[in-house]
Design a protein around this ligand. Sequence first.
Ligand SMILES: Nc1ncnc2c1ncn2[C@@H]1O[C@H](COP(=O)(O)OP(=O)(O)OP(=O)(O)O)[C@@H](O)[C@H]1O
Length: 474
Amino acid sequence: MDQDTGETPPPNAGKIAACWARVRTRLRQEVGDVEYRNWLRQMSLAGVEGESVLIHLPTRFLRDWVRDHYGDRLRLLCQAEMPGVRLVELRVQAASRAEKAAIEQEVAEASPLAESLAPAAATPAMAEPVRNDWLVPLDPRFTFDSFVVGKPNEFAHACARRVAEKPAQAGFNPLFLYGGVGLGKTHLMHAIAWSLRERDPNLSVAYMSAEKFMYRFIAALRSHNTMEFKTQLRSVHVLMVDDLQFLIGKDNTQEEFFHTFNALIDAGKQIIISADKAPNDLSGIEDRLRTRLSGGIVADLHATTYELRLSILQSKATISGVEVPPRVQELLARKIASNVRDLEGALNRVVAHAKLFGRPVTLESVPEVLSDILRAHDKRLSIDDIQRKVAEHYNIRLTEMASARRSRAVARPRQVAMYLAKQLTSRSLPEIGRRFGNRDHTTVLHAVNKITELMAEDPAFAEDVTLLRKMLEM
Ligand SMILES: Nc1ncnc2c1ncn2[C@@H]1O[C@H](COP(=O)(O)OP(=O)(O)OP(=O)(O)O)[C@@H](O)[C@H]1O
């Protein structure tokens, strides 16, 4: 009689149990103790039905994990040990008391390697994930769906997707994301977390900034509660730490992070780190930590390209529900090249303005709404730039800008260039004159007045000059 269930086991149950024990042993030998302990030891044999072996696992996440990572191997071992068996069926069901006891027994007999893990890491985490709100403040906007992929971020994005689909895979652990400010590191980390939690709500995913890690650690030290801090962190399945560069020079916190990192990686948990630089360029980080940080995959987010900025604007404009004409998107994508955060900020302001005043977004209204932002991002236009662009536009030689020739074919473009130099740079009239073949400031003034006049008289000419100006401003 089974003491746990009160049922009489079927006659061949002993034989099947022995076969199952051999399957487990062989699996353990093949994958190693650490991997076995993390992913496989909670399997329990539920029986054999026809040609199928039924195996229970306590959570959907574990069931999927075992199926995806060990399914084939498990089937082959079962076929080898149990004649007549062709299939393995994995089901989600909590283990009975007897099964739990067997698992505990197995943990007690675990290898020296498993026992040498930091004590807190030995907590069986899979069945009872520790939930701590401070570990997971995720931004609902930062998902894979809202992340726009382009050349500069496609590798980092592909790595993030991979980790979200198959966490803790060899070669992808840790995942180290780096890049300049506002390029999407945090966004990608949150997207991984959302994706993992969507697939298994029981999975405990911890996301925190390195700064938060430090404050929590210091608070734990002060309250003599470091054990709880360690236990909380080491019981998670996936740990994400954002802006690791914050730990530079914080020796004690770095040391603690190093131990947490090791304990989790050795226990087969996934770690995701972000920083502003690649591990090798993070000066002030201990060499041993640097080495471990580079031990998985390192992916960088490059500065955005015009095309990516445009795609991001298109995507965010659609979400905003306000019509943002393509020309306005092009203007913003050209002007605000620093990072996505700034680009988003500019778009948000344009959208908020349109909603508040009920006015459409136009190419004319944007420079006004964003005057401060655009000024800050203005590339300093030089008189050289203007002369080159104007000469190119009117198909004359650049040297004509400074020549003494007075024929209309060169004099008018020269006047346009002087006019634009006055409009688009902060140079004085005498300074501009000097750059146009040492002309007097009154000649520049005359050019400015003449062009203003012609623009008022001739719409086609005005359009031409306005176009030139826009091209220069972009
Ligand atoms: N490819 C992208 N698609 C959509 N939005 C993006 C993309 N890249 C960045 N963003 C947005 O830009 C903003 C800044 O991104 P995020 O906070 O992830 O940058 P970061 O690299 O973590 O910056 P920091 O180094 O300052 O922490 C966020 O609102 C994010 O949603």
